[in-house]
Design a protein around this ligand. Structure first.
Ligand SMILES: CC(C)(COP(=O)(O)OP(=O)(O)OC[C@H]1O[C@@H](n2cnc3c(N)ncnc32)[C@H](O)[C@@H]1OP(=O)(O)O)[C@@H](O)C(=O)NCCC(=O)NCCS
Length: 135
């Protein structure tokens, strides 16, 4: 399958269309404008297209030195299990390596840990657990 890879955020309409397939904003916590503003504020993005349709996306939020997070990795359901998600992770990590970033973190969605483990991620040590708060 021939795909086109862009290192920029997609259009808002394309992004929202893809984002809706994840169901992540089911509770309407964020407006579409907020979701799109968020990705435009990323440190780095990968957008993958097939026949001009956005089929995959992933981004990095980073200070460019030591705190770096991969977020919002998503592949359109029609195109899942074809290696697109892996390609996104590989390209995001390649960018980190090129920028000499040594440590990359992420939060895995439930049941998706295996996908990240394949790419070398491991769960945080229980002596240094990840923590978060909803405000
Ligand atoms: C998770 C996701 C990004 C994976 O993308 P993908 O393009 O389907 O992944 P790949 O084809 O590169 O998969 C590579 C391997 O990862 C593993 N994997 C992929 N999806 C998986 C899933 N849903 N559950 C468990 N393992 C998975 C498999 O071992 C797979 O290899 P296989 O297809 O030969 O068995 C995609 O399912 C998705 O967008 N899901 C909805 C959004 C989401 O949950 N994103 C993750 C946020 S943390």
């Amino acid at each position: 399958m021939e795909t086109e890879i862009k290192e920029v955020a997609p259009s808002m309409i394309d992004y929202i269309h893809l984002h809706k397939t994840t169901g992540w904003n089911g509770k309407g916590l964020f407006t579409y404008n907020q979701l799109y503003t968020a990705i435009c504020n990323s440190w780095y993005c990968i957008s993958i297209y097939h026949e001009s349709s956005l089929i995959g996306y992933g981004r990095i939020v980073s200070d460019g030195i030591y705190q770096t997070f991969i977020c919002d990795v998503m592949v359109h359901p029609t195109y899942q299990r074809l290696g697109i998600g892996s390609q996104i992770i590989e390209l995001l990590l390649k960018k980190c390596e090129a920028e000499n970033i040594k440590w990359v973190q992420l939060f895995s969605a439930k049941g998706k840990q295996n996908f990240y483990k394949i790419h070398g991620f491991s769960e945080r040590d229980s002596d240094a657990p990840g923590m978060s708060i909803f405000l």
